[in-house]
Design a binder for this molecule. Sequence first.
Ligand SMILES: N=C(O)[C@@H]1CCCN1
Length: 298
Amino acid sequence: MSPEASAKGTVPFGEYRTWYRVTGELGAGRPAVVAVHGGPGSTHDYLLPLARLADDGWPVVHYDQLGNGGSTHLPGKGAEFWTVELFEAELENLVRRLGVADDYVLFGQSWGGPLCARHAMTGPPGLRGLVVADAPASYPLWLAEMARLRAGLPPEVEETLRRHEAAGTYDSEEYLAAMRVFYDRHVCRLTPWPRDFLSSFMEIYNDPTVYYAMNGPNEFHVIGSLKDWSIVDDLHRISTPTLLISGRHDEATPAVVQPYHDHIPGARWEIFEESSHLPHLEEPERFRQVMTDFLKSL
Ligand SMILES: N=C(O)[C@@H]1CCCN1
């Protein structure tokens, strides 16, 4: 069980609200670890185990990005509204309004990784460290790797995926069953799926506005507005101490993560041999050790 929150609430973000929770005590001498979830259009729930870092002395902030969870939902907004810049502005607003902008660490998982990397590129003086976990730096490269991983699926599964993607029948039971084969290999190898992951997984489809607009119907059929997006050419601008995390069986394959290691000076990389996309859930004790070692090094 994750530790109880010490505070929950929302901060204004323009005319909208961003929901957050704090575990531990902000401003007590150690930088706040700000957990930035993926999707986009997911929620904080699957990252809740990071709250255990508060037991080790680092306060942790979780939040739901605009469009889902406890933050303002905007189902009527189109793809042109859901931009990378919007979520960059939301993150900057959150750290400022919570009073942690002068002393924080970012933990970005999946889409949260390039979002945090873009934030770090601006050189915020209070950013002490950056963790990029299970994250793409280039969506074209992500899609190339998705094609390779899909080619490794049983032929009948791949054929089912292709048939329903051609028809656009993403909500068919047959497609969802075939999708699950990929997810059980490359998203979460735990059986049953942990409650925290199930919470975020269901929230994505309870309000798919952001996920569908920017990503697409699932992790491997990325047809949303991010499909051509890449930050590889700008990674060299990051001077923040950086830790990369990924799973050996991760949909964020070593090839997907490699540009971060190639272009961020001094970036360290930990690969979790028994994990896929969720090392913090799949190998929690090793994850906690790797994270606390990194935080202590800052
Ligand atoms: N869940 C996520 O954030 C991933 C990142 C690339 C495709 N979806």
